[in-house]
Structures are given as structure tokens and as C-alpha cells.
Design a binder for this molecule. Structure first.
Ligand code: SF4
Length: 416
């Protein structure tokens, strides 16, 4: 049985890297490992994903920071895909990933045939729920298994007692109503196949009631102010119970969100990394928990659950509104001429004289987050000061106090 007292037990935070920019921030904000896909054969074809040049650059960043790289080859193969997959594997074979993740045993066979060197991880899509399945996959050459999202804490403890295989679980992020992400809804309603990385998320659409003989008459179903999402699920957050899962011997905690913002990836990474360190160092978890829950409330999310799959007895309808309390404004890409200035890459408008939040990576429990006021915005392209920084540009911004070059800026939204 693996436990916190084992010297080899070092649980990891595995962060989403939907593109190179998100990878850089996830690494800066404390990821132990990052997962990302290339332009083909991964289950998020809507996220930016990595060209071969970007893979090279991503691996350089990870190596430099001592962060593990997990490359996703986890789509399911149809017959027509096999030759393309072989060609793609030839092109990625020499990249020094720490691990490649698969779902389809066919992809596993192709990677083995190609003599691929990185460890191979098995995706949650294979619905691994018990030690017998884990033994099977270990024998097949799998180093780490991402358990099915439906696995309970007691099952994880039992699995841990019976196997030394590396096990990873989802700790935070969107869930959906399908079993281990296997679902035909999207393919049926939009032609986009979730198992090929193209889910259109129809479970999040608003639905209405239509009586058979009145086809044009849509009867509204009122679930909450924004309409209804009868197939939508809550989001997962294990932050309240993370110590139980660490004590159960989970090796890695995956944070979902390759399609979410840079801010999202960075903030959840720093919170879960600090939470993990607090548990490992046996510091007072309850002291930091309010900070963790406050911050996780400040990334966009649906209402959280720590145990969706044991909520089946709860037959009441729950509201599933999307919660967004802050707007991601931008992040510092480098220092300015003095400590109160930084070059900020903007994602939303930033206004002169407004007071906003600056958040930072947490190093040695030093939480540097603060309120900061915008004192001057300089558009260096036009060589002029402006009242508003527009999105998708880099400005030199001066603040009322010191800012570090790893800051992320956000504005609190007024909630009606
Ligand atoms: S449609 Fe919804 S339930 Fe189905 S895979 Fe996509 S997100 Fe999951």
C-alpha cells in the first residue's frame, strides 16, 4: 500500500495545456506535469493544440522547468484512421515526451509496434474501475491508469491495496452526464463525435418541450434564470476532500480544462499545487481551505460537486447556472522600466485608474495576491498614453505599486 510515508510517493498535479501559451502559464503556476495534444488523434480538436514546432518548444519549456510532459493520442480509431495514425506516430516518435496517453488498445498496439520510448498512460475513457482491469492494462505495458470518473474513494483505497500501478484521477473541472466521457449525443445531434475529440456539448444546450401536434410551439422549461440544461452536470472539485484522496495513495490529480482560459489553467494549478503541498508537508489544511475555495469560486464554473457519482439518490432538480465572478484581463509577459511597470498582454479591456486583482504563483506558502490600481497605460506602437488598453495587444502599464513579471490580472464582476 502506498502512503504519505513512502519516500517514493510524490503525488503530482497534472495541468491542462490547450496551447503553448497555456502550457507556459501552467508551468509557471506550479504544474508538476502538463498534458497536451498535437493536431491529430487527441480528444479536444477545438482547443488550439500543438504543431510539431510547438511540441518542440513545449518540451523545451517542460525540460527547463522539470515538469513532465504527457502527450495525448487518446482518440478512438476507426479502420480508416489506422494508416494515418501510423504516419503520425512516425512524426512524433522521436519527441522526448515523458508519457503518451491512449484510450484505444489499437493505438497502444501501434505505439508499441513503432517502438515508442515514453511511458504509456491509459485515459479515463477506458472506464477502469477495478484492480483486475488495472492488472490487465499493466500486463499490456501501461504505466499509469487514469481511473474512470465514476470510481469512488473506497474503490480507490481497495485498488491501492491490491496494486502498485500508478493511478491518476480527475480532481477538478467539467464533468458530463456520459459514462467516462463515452457518449453519442454530440454525434447524433450535431454530427460531431465526442470520441474523436469534437464534442459540441449538446448536454449543455437549452432544451424546450414540444407537443407532438404543435411542432412550432416550444414550451419553455424553467430551471433557472438562463433557461434549462436538463442534461447538464455540475463541475467536479475535490478540494474539500483532497486529503482523503492523497491518503488513499493516488499518484496524480488531473485538472480538466484544455479549452478554458489561461487564467483558469494557471489559477486552478496554483491552488491544487499548494493544497497538495500543504497535505504532503502536514501543514494545517483547514487554515488554507477558505482561500482555496474562494479562489476556485473565482474561475468560471458550474456549481461544484465533490462526488457527483454518489449523488444518484438526490432526485431533486438542481440549478446548473454557469458562474463567472471575474474577468481575465491579461498577464505580465515581462518587467517594465521599474518595479511598478510591466508589459501586459491583454485579453479584455483594461481601464485607466481602475482597481483590479493581481494574482501570483504561490511559492513557499507566500500568497502575494493583491489589489492594484492602473496609473498609466502606454501604447508603445503609437508612442502615446491611452485611457483603455484594448484586448489582444501588449501595453506597458504602470500601477500604484510593484508588480512582478508573473502576475495575472483580473477584474471582479458586479453580480446582480
Ligand atoms: S455531449 Fe455532453 S455528455 Fe456527451 S460527451 Fe459531450 S460533454 Fe459529455
Amino acid at each position: 500500500m502506498v502512503s504519505l510515508t513512502d519516500r517514493n510517493y510524490k503525488p503530482e498535479i497534472v495541468s491542462p495545456a490547450g496551447n503553448l501559451e497555456k502550457m507556459k502559464l501552467a508551468v509557471k503556476y506550479g504544474a508538476d506535469a502538463v498534458y497536451f495534444g498535437g493536431k491529430e488523434f487527441n480528444l479536444r480538436d477545438q482547443s488550439g493544440n500543438f504543431s510539431f514546432e510547438e511540441i518542440k518548444e513545449g518540451l523545451r519549456i517542460c525540460r527547463h522547468a522539470g515538469v513532465k510532459s504527457i502527450f495525448l493520442m487518446n482518440s478512438f480509431l476507426h479502420e480508416k484512421d489506422i494508416e494515418n495514425a501510423k504516419e503520425y506516430i512516425k512524426q512524433i516518435r522521436d519527441f522526448a515526451f515523458n508519457a503518451v496517453m491512449v484510450s484505444d488498445p489499437g493505438m497502444l498496439m501501434l505505439l508499441k509496434e513503432a517502438g515508442i520510448k515514453p511511458d504509456i498512460h491509459l485515459s479515463t475513457q477506458m472506464s477502469t474501475l477495478n484492480r483486475m482491469s488495472i492488472g490487465f492494462w499493466k500486463d499490456a505495458g501501461i504505466k499509469r491508469i487514469v481511473l474512470a470518473r465514476e470510481t469512488t474513494l473506497d474503490e480507490i483505497k481497495s485498488i491501492r491495496e491490491h496494486t502498485d500501478a500508478e493511478i491518476e484521477i480527475f480532481a477538478h473541472g467539467a464533468l458530463c452526464v456520459s459514462y467516462s466521457g463515452r457518449c453519442l449525443l454530440s454525434r447524433f445531434l450535431s454530427g460531431r463525435d465526442a470520441n474523436q475529440g469534437s464534442c459540441a456539448h449538446p448536454c449543455r444546450w437549452n432544451y424546450a418541450l414540444v407537443e407532438e401536434k404543435r411542432a412550432g410551439s416550444h414550451l419553455e422549461i424553467i430551471e433557472h434564470a438562463a433557461g434549462t440544461e436538463i442534461l447538464s452536470s455540475k463541475d467536479l472539485s475535490l478540494i474539500n476532500v483532497l486529503p482523503d484522496y492523497v491518503n488513499a495513495g493516488v499518484n496524480a490529480f488531473k485538472l480538466e480544462g484544455r479549452m478554458k482560459s489561461l487564467y483558469y489553467a494557471a489559477n486552478i494549478t496554483r491552488i491544487y499545487k499548494h493544497a497538495l503541498q500543504t497535505i504532503i508537508n502536514k501543514n494545517d489544511y483547514s487554515k488554507f481551505l477558505p482561500f482555496y475555495t474562494d479562489e476556485l469560486d473565482l474561475v468560471s464554473h458550474r456549481p461544484y460537486t465533490g462526488d457527483l457519482f454518489n449523488e444518484f439518490n438526490n432526485l431533486e432538480f438542481n440549478e446548473i447556472p454557469y458562474i463567472k465572478k471575474v474577468l481575465f484581463l491579461g498577464y505580465a509577459i515581462s518587467a517594465g522600466k521599474d518595479e511598478t511597470e510591466a508589459y501586459i498582454k491583454t485579453f479584455n479591456p483594461v481601464y485607466l485608474n481602475e482597481e483590479i486583482d493581481a494574482i501570483y504563483p504561490i511559492i513557499n506558502s507566500n500568497i502575494k495576491d493583491c489589489k492594484i490600481a492602473v496609473k498609466e497605460i502606454i501604447d508603445e506602437d503609437k508612442n502615446e498614453t491611452v485611457e483603455m488598453a484594448r484586448p489582444d495587444k501588449i501595453y506597458l502599464i504602470r500601477f500604484n505599486k510593484a508588480i512582478d513579471s508573473d502576475a495575472i490580472l483580473r477584474r471582479r464582476l458586479k453580480i446582480a
